[in-house]
Design a protein. Structure first.
Length: 228
C-alpha cells in the first residue's frame, strides 16, 4: 500500500456518513475536547504514518466494531489510545514506537480532561496480545468495521454507541478500500458486528469473541489458534 494510496484512503475518510451523531476525527475538530484546530491534521498525520510503516508487511488485519472516544477519536488510529502513544502503558509491554516509529506521537485531547491521555481497555488488551504473539508490531493493522466514531447524542462526544444498520452500510466503501490496500493474508472480525459487515461484503474472515465484557480469555484462545 504505497503512500499515495494511503493518502487516497485518508481523503476518502472525509466522506463520513451524513449523521449528526458521528464524529470524524481526521476531518473534524472536537471543539470542546481537542487541544486546538490543528488536531484533525495531527490525527491524519499519525494515521498516515501508522499505515505507511505497515505497507507490504501486514499479515493480519483485525477489525473491531467502531471507533471509540477513548481510542481513535483522539489518537487517529483505531483501537489505539493516547495513553499508548504517550508511553503510559510501557509497564504492559506496549511502547509508543510499537505504533509509530517514524514520527513522535502527539496527543490531541486537552490535558485538563485526562492528564495522561485517554485509555481504552480493549485497545490495551489487543495490542498486548498481538505484540506477545507476533513480536512484530508492523505485521498487523487494527481497524474497525465502521471507520468513524458514533456517539450518544444525549451524552456528547465522550460516549460510544453501536452504529445503525444504515451507518454500517454507508461505511462499506471506506472499509473495502482499506481491506484492498492492506492486502493482509488473514482478516479477523472482532465481535459479531464486524463479522456481519464483512460477511455482507463477501470478505472471508475469521471471527473471534470481542474481549470486552468477560470475553478476554476466549479472545486470546481464538486468536492464538488463528496465529498458530
Amino acid at each position: 500500500m504505497g503512500c499515495r494510496v494511503i493518502e487516497q484512503f485518508i481523503t476518502a475518510l472525509k466522506n463520513s456518513p451524513p449523521s449528526q451523531n458521528v464524529f470524524n476525527p481526521w476531518w473534524q475538530t472536537d471543539l470542546k475536547n481537542d487541544i486546538d484546530q490543528l488536531s484533525p491534521l495531527v490525527r491524519r498525520r499519525q494515521l498516515l504514518h501508522y499505515l505507511k510503516e505497515r505497507q507490504g508487511r501486514a499479515k493480519y488485519l483485525l477489525l473491531g466494531e467502531a471507533l471509540g472516544y477513548q481510542g481513535g477519536h483522539f489518537s487517529g488510529i483505531a483501537m489505539t489510545s493516547e495513553r499508548i502513544l504517550l508511553g503510559g502503558l510501557v509497564n504492559k509491554g506496549i511502547e509508543p514506537h510499537h505504533v509509530l516509529s517514524t514520527i513522535t506521537p502527539t496527543r490531541t485531547s486537552r490535558p485538563s480532561i485526562k492528564a495522561q491521555g485517554f485509555t481504552e481497555p480493549t485497545a490495551t488488551m489487543v495490542w498486548q496480545f498481538m505484540l506477545n504473539q507476533t513480536k512484530d508490531p508492523r505485521c498487523f493493522v487494527i481497524w474497525n468495521a465502521f471507520s468513524w466514531h458514533p456517539f450518544n447524542p444525549n451524552k456528547g462526544y465522550l460516549s460510544n454507541r453501536t452504529p445503525t444498520p444504515d451507518e454500517f452500510k454507508d461505511g462499506k466503501a471506506a472499509l473495502n478500500l482499506l481491506v484492498r490496500l492492506c492486502d493482509a493474508q488473514t482478516i479477523v472480525a472482532i465481535g459479531e458486528k464486524a463479522a456481519v459487515q464483512l460477511g455482507e461484503m463477501g470478505i472471508t474472515a475469521h471471527k473471534v469473541r470481542h474481549p470486552a465484557n468477560g470475553g478476554a480469555n476466549k479472545f486470546r484462545d481464538q486468536m492464538s489458534a488463528i496465529i498458530g
